[in-house]
Structure formats: structure tokens, C-alpha cells
Design a protein around this ligand. Structure first.
Ligand code: TXA
Ligand code: MG
Length: 310
């Protein structure tokens, strides 16, 4: 992906004026604004129609820039060294002196932080004097955006600018880990938790389906393409699209496969674009074949289970 400096300059100018700009990341596109500005962050909530109690992830260039806002701990530094920049979000304690907008955090004393790897996002973050609050650039509860045209489809002219960044290399949201006490996964994502576990040398708790919802990403209906989804399907219904994990020998027009050979990383990367494609083709519902619950298959199943609560 070639970097167009004029485009980055334009995005920077708008962000400096407390406007919202959609930016590419390696996971999904984000709807970004100055995380230190109440005015800028309010615009994100309004555009996304996002409930005010759902705090935003804040994106930084590197840990040095984060020092002003959060307290670090040993586990954070270990995982940062190994995986950042990359598809992992950390929940850390916010410093009292931090200038992060209370709109961003919903007055919580914790902050979700991420260091995106996409070269365009990095170029932008390096030059700005503030970090970027950026939830996924889709309407609340819908499928995340994995191209600039997905973002435009959801927001049309209501969004001032979409910074072009091609197709994300991961294609599914970051893995969220709460590092304040015992490491705890709050959302499965683009980084396989078994690799995180290996790095920390201990088993980590996965708490993405709590009885008490602490994060709306844990809500039942989320990531929804807007039509019913049936899981573990062997036989599809009339007017139904069939979502497969790998290409079959005999392909029918209503068959969609996430990967040629059943590679789960590739499948995760193609999930959202395929769901959007199926929706546009006017199918009434989606039948999904059983997907192996290992590696990124766990993340795919998590998203499809939530999307199926239609
Ligand atoms: O890959 C990603 O993480 C993308 C890209 C754009 O960076 N962002 C993303 O943001 O997925 P969003 O807003 O769609 O999901 C962020 C999740 C939400 O479920 C939110 O509730 C949770 O992170 N979150 C934010 N702040 C939190 C906090 N302080 N404690 C716990 N969860 C938090
Ligand atoms: Mg989201």
C-alpha cells in the first residue's frame, strides 16, 4: 500500500479541528477523533449512534506517548514488546493527571489502548499532538468496516473524510485484554489468545460472556449483517446463502467461502466483507457451516454467535 502524504495531511488538518475522520487500521477501519477533546469525541458517539456508556479505544503511536495517560505494569510491557504495534488492546489504569476526555471513557478510571500497525495510521499518530479515540467505523451493533467503501456505505456524507488505506491485513477487531489484575480477555480478536498465553507463561481467563455485561462488545446482538444467521448448518434452506470455511468442489451461486483451503486466519480476514456481500445480494438468511473452534476460529465463532441473535 503506497502512502499518500497529501491525504494524511488532509486527515490531520480535520483532526486538529476536532472533526471525525475514518482511518484504516490493520484490524478494521476506525472512526477517529482527538481523544483529549470532549467536542471531538461527542461527534463519534453521535455519528455511530453509539450508547454513551460504551467507552472508546484510544490509539497511540507508541508507549512513550501513552506515559502521560496510563500507569504501566510488567505484563503490559511484556506484551507490548512482543505484539505491538499490532491487533491487541490493553485495559490499563488511567492516571489522575490524564487529559483523556471523560466522554471517551464514560468517566471510567480505566482506558482501552491500542497501537495500530497499519502504516497510514502510524504515520498519522506519529505527527499528531494527541492520541486518537477510534471505535470501529460502522453503525452501532452492525458489521465492522473493512474498506473505505464500507465506511461510506454506513455514513455517507455525514462523515467529513475517509482516509483510504486499502484492505486491512487482519480484518477482524483487536483482542482486548484487561491487565489491571490477573490478565483477562474481554473480547476475542485478531490475535490468537494461545500466543498471548504462551508469552505470559500462564493460563489467562476468557471473560467475554459475563453474566454482567461490562463492555457492549460483549452484548448479545452485535456485528449483525441485518439478516438472520443460522449456525452449524448442514443443509441450507431456499433463498439462503451458505457460508463455508473452505472452497467446496461443487460450488453453487449461493455458496460463499471464507478461505480457499480453510485457513482460519484468512477466514477471519474475509468474514466481514463476505457478510456484507451476502446482505447486498438480497438473501433472506445465512446458513453457516460448523467452524473449527481453534485459533482464530474461536474469534469467528464469537462474532457469528453474536450476529445470530437477530
Ligand atoms: O481493532 C479494534 O479494536 C478496532 C480498531 C478501529 O482499533 N476498534 C474497535 O473499537 O473495535 P470498538 O469501539 O468497536 O470496540 C471497542 C470495545 C468496546 O466493546 C468497548 O466497550 C470496549 O472496547 N472498551 C473500551 N474502553 C473500555 C474500558 N475502559 N474497559 C473495558 N472495555 C472497554
Ligand atoms: Mg465495534
Amino acid at each position: 500500500m503506497r502512502i499518500n502524504l497529501a491525504n494524511i495531511k488532509k486527515a490531520k488538518k480535520l483532526l486538529n479541528k476536532s472533526e471525525c475522520v475514518a482511518i484504516p487500521t490493520e484490524t478494521v477501519y476506525g472512526l477517529a477523533a482527538n481523544a483529549y477533546s470532549d467536542r471531538a469525541c461527542k461527534k463519534i458517539f453521535k455519528l455511530k449512534k453509539r450508547p454513551k456508556n460504551n467507552p472508546l479505544i484510544v490509539h497511540y503511536y507508541n508507549y512513550k506517548k501513552l506515559r502521560k495517560d496510563c500507569n504501566f505494569n510488567a505484563n503490559f510491557l511484556k506484551l507490548y514488546k512482543r505484539f505491538c504495534p499490532g491487533p491487541i488492546t490493553f485495559i490499563l489504569d488511567l492516571k489522575k493527571s490524564s487529559k483523556i476526555s471523560k466522554i471517551t471513557t464514560n468517566k471510567k478510571n480505566t482506558l482501552a489502548v491500542r497501537f495500530p500497525k497499519h502504516p497510514i495510521a502510524r504515520n498519522l499518530l506519529k505527527e499528531l499532538k494527541f492520541p486518537l479515540a477510534a471505535p470501529s467505523a460502522n453503525l452501532s451493533s452492525k458489521v465492522s468496516a473493512v474498506s473505505s467503501s464500507d465506511v461510506k456505505e454506513d455514513f455517507g456524507k455525514r462523515i467529513k473524510y475517509v482516509l483510504e488505506g486499502g484492505k486491512p491485513s487482519i480484518g477482524i477487531e483487536s483482542t482486548i485484554i484487561d491487565l489491571r489484575n490477573k490478565p483477562k480477555i474481554l473480547r476475542l480478536g485478531g490475535l490468537d489468545i494461545s500466543i498471548i498465553q504462551r508469552e505470559l507463561k500462564k493460563k489467562i481467563i476468557v471473560n467475554n460472556n459475563p453474566s454482567k455485561i461490562s463492555v457492549p462488545g460483549q452484548l448479545k446482538l452485535h456485528y449483525s449483517p441485518g439478516i438472520p444467521i443460522r449456525l452449524n448448518v448442514r443443509k441450507i434452506k431456499d433463498e439462503e446463502a451458505y457460508l463455508l470455511i473452505k472452497k467446496k468442489k461443487k460450488i453453487k451461486p449461493n455458496y460463499y467461502f471464507l478461505s480457499k483451503k480453510g485457513d482460519l486466519r484468512e477466514a477471519a480476514k474475509n468474514l466481514y466483507s463476505t457478510l456484507r456481500k451476502i446482505k447486498k445480494s438480497k438473501y433472506k438468511s445465512i446458513g453457516v457451516i460448523k467452524i473449527p473452534n481453534t485459533g482464530l476460529g474461536k474469534t469467528i465463532n464469537d462474532r457469528l454467535i453474536r450476529a445470530s441473535k437477530f
